[in-house]
Design a binder for this molecule. Structure first.
Ligand code: ZN
Length: 274
């Protein structure tokens, strides 16, 4: 567990997203939950040493951010699109995915349930707890409902997956133009540290590199379409695997990810949306 400021912690070593939490005078607010059940249970124990868990904020609707919600007894909060997507997930296929991904999940799977956030917001929301303020911003990009959590008293932002810090970027559901705008907005927040969805904690300097990575993807696929490449040709020829390593536990999935990213951007480009 990394302690980032006097009251903020994040775990960057798990497979899946980086869960983090803020300790206030009136309890703990957690942001996203560990994907692997063993990690979720160990993490819960660590968090509880700092107080009662009051709120659980999910930054996006991908499994690596919410699967572990099941292990946390707290009031769930998310952008309304995140809840909508989670509400549509079917339990049995999800359990099958968990079984494949998490060899230690077995004993908990029979009782496992999806735990969607129960309180939602549209554009922004502010939560006050103890002496802390949590400003939630809807910032579409990596997903349509991506959310950042800014805690001004700690000068820290939990960015969700709009930042992949020096790891490969997932664009398979991205709104890439909005993503670039969201990164510009993140730069305006008065923060010392950005806790990314994946990769190590970073500072504001990385935001331009992140934007460049998204822009380079956009340009590569736009060029492919301009040159008349078919989707299959673009999938064969475009790869950014030399830029950063894959994230934790995803090492074998690099080539497939490049294809998924090309597929998404190619679709947007040919519909005039890129
Ligand atoms: Zn994601």
């Amino acid at each position: 567990m990394n302690q980032i400021t006097s009251n903020v912690y994040a775990e960057t070593g798990y497979r899946g997203c980086n869960p983090g939490f803020v300790v206030t005078k009136e309890g703990v607010v957690i942001i996203d939950t560990p994907q692997l059940f063993g990690d979720a249970i160990a993490y819960r124990k660590e968090v509880k040493k700092h107080g009662k868990i009051v709120y659980l904020i999910n930054t996006e609707p991908h499994g690596d951010h919410y699967i572990g919600n099941y292990f946390f007894d707290a009031i769930g909060i998310a952008q309304e699109g995140t809840r909508d997507v989670i509400m549509q997930v079917e339990l049995e296929p999800l359990k099958e995915r968990i079984k494949m991904m998490d060899p230690n999940a077995g004993p908990y799977l029979a009782d496992y349930k999806i735990k969607p956030p129960t309180i939602t917001f549209n554009k922004t929301m502010t939560i006050h707890l103890g002496n802390h303020t949590f400003q939630l911003f809807h910032l579409p990009g990596h997903t349509a409902s991506e959310t950042a959590v800014f805690v001004p008293e700690e000068r820290i932002v939990f960015t969700g997956d709009n930042i992949f810090h020096e790891t490969q970027v997932f664009l398979h559901e991205a709104l890439p133009k909005e993503w670039l705008e969201s990164l510009q907005f993140l730069k305006t927040l008065d923060a010392d540290y950005f806790i990314p969805g994946h990769g190590e904690v970073c500072t504001v300097d990385y935001l331009d590199k992140m934007a460049a990575f998204v822009s380079d993807w956009i340009t590569a696929v736009q060029d492919a379409v301009k040159q008349g490449w078919s989707l299959e040709e673009a999938q064969e020829r475009i790869s950014f695997l030399d830029r950063f390593p894959m994230g934790q536990g995803m090492e074998a999935f690099g080539a497939e990810l490049q294809k998924m990213n090309v597929t998404r951007l190619y679709g947007l480009a040919t519909n005039g949306q890129l």
